[in-house]
Design a protein around this ligand. Structure first.
Ligand SMILES: Nc1ncnc2c1ncn2[C@@H]1O[C@H](COP(=O)(O)OP(=O)(O)OP(=O)(O)O)[C@@H](O)[C@H]1O
Length: 225
């Protein structure tokens, strides 16, 4: 047994979309430095679980602790503070198309309380460097390939040094080669110590980069080997 406190702890948690039960009696622990996959067919509840973890769906039954927030007691006004300790990456990148890469990242820093411009600029350089995009800060999102946009979205997720990265099908819109490139970025970030939970359909990635894997199936979540 590890004596370390998990970054994410669910115990006997039940997940609903409105009144519909989606996942029942989930127990799950993720520890600092883990890389875990979440798999399951379309409609099995992966996104519902992810949404519960970043405060988009309320947890109403069971226990849920994530980066020191109690999901059962989570109040609307605490959600931005929860999100600051998480890095969330989506399938569809969600960059702001009216501003360049640098300003996309600056927007997040300003919105999360950063004031000093030189600190902002060096943080932006640091995260863009991590994802191999340091020279692309001046580009508009629509001038980038899907893989490049996802790298920027990963850089954005790293800005506030999150305790846990939740990636919901981050390679879902990318071709196989680009998926592997984006995955290698996530691998690097994990090797540097970041904790990652990644929902995916992509078995080729799982075979190439094996990690502990949990599966949503028939309202249950269980570990697969
Ligand atoms: N906003 C919503 N309101 C009601 N039901 C929803 C809502 N979003 C999802 N559901 C239902 O919850 C179930 C789980 O959906 P969810 O999106 O979590 O699955 P998923 O495993 O992420 O699927 P996919 O791989 O297609 O993204 C589905 O039956 C879906 O119809």
């Amino acid at each position: 047994m590890s004596e370390q406190k998990p970054v994410l702890h669910l115990k006997n948690a039940f997940i609903f979309q409105q009144e519909n039960l989606i996942l029942s009696d989930i127990s799950l622990d993720i520890y600092r430095g883990d890389f875990m996959y979440l798999i399951g067919k379309t409609g099995s509840g992966k996104s519902s679980l992810m949404k519960t973890l970043y405060g988009d769906l309320p947890l109403t039954q069971g226990e849920g602790d994530i980066v020191d927030f109690d999901l059962i007691k989570l109040k609307e006004k605490e959600i931005p503070f929860l999100r600051r300790k998480l890095g969330v990456v989506f399938q569809d990148f969600r960059l702001l198309n009216d501003r360049n890469v640098h300003d996309n990242l600056l927007f997040v820093l300003k919105a999360t309380g950063w004031k000093d411009s030189s600190k902002c600029n060096s943080k932006i350089d640091e995260v863009l460097e991590k994802v191999g995009m340091k020279t692309k800060g001046f580009k508009m999102p629509f001038q980038l390939s899907g893989g490049e946009q996802q790298r920027v979205a990963i850089a954005r997720a790293l800005l506030n040094d999150p305790e846990l990265i939740l990636a919901d099908e981050p390679t879902g819109n990318l071709d196989p080669k680009t998926s592997l490139e984006v995955m290698s970025v996530l691998e690097e970030i994990n090797k540097e110590g970041k904790t990652i939970l990644m929902a995916t359909h992509d078995y080729a990635l799982i075979l190439k980069y094996p990690h502990k894997t949990i599966k949503c199936d028939g309202e249950k979540v269980f570990e697969v080997v």
